[in-house]
Design a protein around this ligand. Sequence first.
Ligand SMILES: Nc1ncnc2c1ncn2[C@@H]1O[C@H](COP(=O)(O)OP(=O)(O)OP(=O)(O)O)[C@@H](O)[C@H]1O
Ligand SMILES: [Mg+2]
Length: 469
Amino acid sequence: MRNNRIGIKLGSVIITVFLIVLLFLGFAIDKMFTNFYTAEMRKETEEIASHFTVMANATDVTSEQTMMTFAEFSNVSIFNILDNGTVNLHSGVHDSADRSFIRSSDLDKIFGGKIVSLMYKDPEGHRYFVSGQPVTKGGVITSALYVMASTEQMEQSLSGVRNLLVLSGMGAFLLAMGITWIIAQVLSRPLLQMQKATRKIAVGELETRLEITSRDELGSLAEAINDLAADLQHYRDSRQELFSNISHDLRTPITYLEGYSRVVKDHLYETEEEKDRYLDIIYQEAVRLQHLVDDVFDLAKMEEGKISLLEEELNLSDLTEQAVQKVKLKAKEKGLALSFESSGPVTLVRGDGKRMEQIVLNLLENAIRYTEKGSIQAGLQYAGSSVILSVEDTGIGIPEEDLPYIFERFYRVEKSRARQFGGTGLGLSIVKKLAELQGGKIKVTSRLGGGTRFEVYFQRQPDPGGHSK
Ligand SMILES: Nc1ncnc2c1ncn2[C@@H]1O[C@H](COP(=O)(O)OP(=O)(O)OP(=O)(O)O)[C@@H](O)[C@H]1O
Ligand SMILES: [Mg+2]
């Protein structure tokens, strides 16, 4: 019952409106028929009465006889009243003793030459139309002729009409009930389905989907619920994946830390040099762990939208040059040439200095990490309203099929690369998010074995003074 509330509400509104309309309509039709029959009957009675007055003009016995026959034939009663109040002629079914319908005021009118019409109900409850008309002879009104017609037949016809009205009203009402019930079902069924589905989704059954294909508001609501479930499902899956990736990547350095620290603690080394080497590994792994924790933390903050940027006007040329200086030693150790070039008039870009440096450093570190021999070129190009920051290397490159995924967190081209180069696959996803947060866009072009080029596009700060630095 509770589940079908909309149906019940809608149903009762429709039924109520329908009932009101039906009642008014029935009443109006009944009134119309009653008025019509009454008017017809009045006309008929008056016509019959005027025929009788013509007949009554002839005083001979035959005409009286004709009148009697005619009255019987027309199923009416007649009373002829002389001006002294005596009834000199009576015929018909009506009891001749009952004369209460004859009022002296009416008689006065009739003898004054007028016609009187009235409705009369006798003591037994029968109703009659009464028409009283003057009978003139030689220009003088000699008597008043009353004709009484019973309304019984008219009432029978009217009650027939009323029965028909009630029957058809009941039929229409039942039909309306049926249609309303169907509409209520059609409307409330998908709502109930959606209610069930959302409850399932709420308790974690995220594979739940609705199969409502209608193109109305209900259809788009169902579509929205399906989208919501899909989003939640994706969110849950990627969160699970994230947790398993994080725990996997934490486990590796922790195993090293555990193993080598035990070796040192239990004096399982032979020379001091060996001990130093182990301590160095412990140190490297601790640093790696620190990086990983920082990266995960950054990503989590960015995904929740909680990272706050300290925006200022930045000179990207200075910033990139300093970053290049920082990684110079690493490049030199691998025997790679590292250069920086800036072209076009330098303009300022709005952004967070520390985050911008993180972008450049990440790209430079990747370039050094994934290049065995050759050179790395960092560049800044000021063109039109945009500034393009680029880092290009002559390294191992990225296979084309991996390119769309390298900005996803924990994505590494080959798992073997990670072992060889020690990356966790978070760097580029952080770079992409940081660039987007500062209004930038990142693009990559690469050829396997031929090198890689990353480009980050930033919008140049509008220069109201028209001068550049
Ligand atoms: N310059 C490049 N040349 C070749 N491959 C690259 C280059 N930069 C990134 N890649 C590939 O893209 C993958 C993702 O890079 P990303 O910087 O996100 O992770 P990572 O360098 O492996 O680890 P992290 O940066 O988190 O320490 C890398 O594993 C690597 O295979
Ligand atoms: Mg990296």
